[in-house]
Design a protein around this ligand. Sequence first.
Ligand SMILES: Cc1ncc(C[n+]2csc(CCOP(=O)(O)OP(=O)(O)O)c2C)c(N)n1
Ligand SMILES: [Mg+2]
Length: 441
Amino acid sequence: MATPKILPFCRNVVKLNSSVFARFISSTPPAGTTETQQEQLKKQQARNEEASSYTELVRDFLDPAQFHNAVKKEGIDFYCGVPDSLLKDYCAYVTANEAQDKHVITANEGSAIALASGYHFATGKTAMVYLQNSGLGNIVNPIMSLASPSVYSVPMLLLLGWRGEPGKRDEPQHVVQGKATPGILAACGIPFQVLPDYIEGAEQTLYTARKHMEVSKGPYCLLVKRQTFLPYKLPPSENIFQSMPLNREGSVDVILNCLHDRDVVVGTTGMLSRELFELREGRGQGHEKDFLTVGSMGHASAIALGVSLNRPRRQIYCLDGDGAALMHLGNLSTVGSHAPANFNHIIINNGAHDSVGGQPTDAVNHDNFNLCQVALGLGYKQAFTASTPDEITSTIHAMRTSDGPNLLEIKVRPGSRKDLGRPTRSPIQNKGDFMHFLAIE
Ligand SMILES: Cc1ncc(C[n+]2csc(CCOP(=O)(O)OP(=O)(O)O)c2C)c(N)n1
Ligand SMILES: [Mg+2]
């Protein structure tokens, strides 16, 4: 583990803080921020002003543009990874400002490590891989057996969103992962330090990272705490998803109208499961029919497969996301080859990682991207697409009356309610309720 180097300018920290303070309190919110973000920023500016000469109480933020320039100065000019909500402003900046051949959003984090390795083999240069710490599990194998200094020795800068950082409120799965994060990095032999939230500190840290990678010729990681970056909002992209009649929550509402009492639902990671939970509340229903896959992104379909193979008389509906389905696309092959007749895979496709900031997935290339062909090619019996309430309703009825596995891709527009809550039942309670429900013959 790297011990952070004492910064030469630490002695000037008060001077620095006051200059940052002056810059921050006098600045107008950056372009591209939403109204809520602007309000939050104004509140923070007011708090900073109240801090007055207690400059140590002033909160700093990293400007994504300044940070990106600093990254480039260290010779890094290729970026890949899977988006994260803590990194969303930086990811949005990279998505909006980097050329397509310099920035690749990969299907999963492990693939980003491999892609960064290929980039290094071809150019001799160092890439950045960004990811949420939930994705650490996905990178362990390619880090240990590909990038490690003792194997192929590939330098790469990991930018890791630290969900569940000790001392911060977060969901149970993130608390578990957050606590384990430094230990996992250490066990993988990856040196790391926290990314400072002010530009001079960030520059120094990037310099340290580069020097370290020059010597070790292996990965180096910067841990990003929540609210490190100033807001940066992705400019709206023009694609067919924007014009779809329903958003994700609207489509889940229509699906619920089509389900029967004993039908089983497995919801994917992110906002879909939160919306599913709230829709049930709104209907005055319990939550026992729904397994909410709060973590384990991409694995909802395998969970649903495990249920469907062992509860053949129940209809199983896996409500998946495009990003999640792509993350572990191999699951579709396993479903196709085991072919349970009661398996219904509904992929709510908004062409984006909507839950973590709306960065595009490969599904956004709707002209040459076809989930139905993939599913049929892997052994699903039927595959449909729909976008209106009527199409969804008639397709779900058709799926019910014929043997699966079935795939329904619902094209929706990105976006969610601003007041979306979080499930009030814990994962353990959810599991208990769900198992009771599955036990009913
Ligand atoms: C392994 C892993 N990587 C990244 C994340 C962070 N994450 C949570 S939801 C999500 C986006 C999911 O996109 P999609 O499946 O298309 O659903 P949408 O949010 O668009 O409804 C991401 C990247 C995670 N939870 N786990
Ligand atoms: Mg999506």
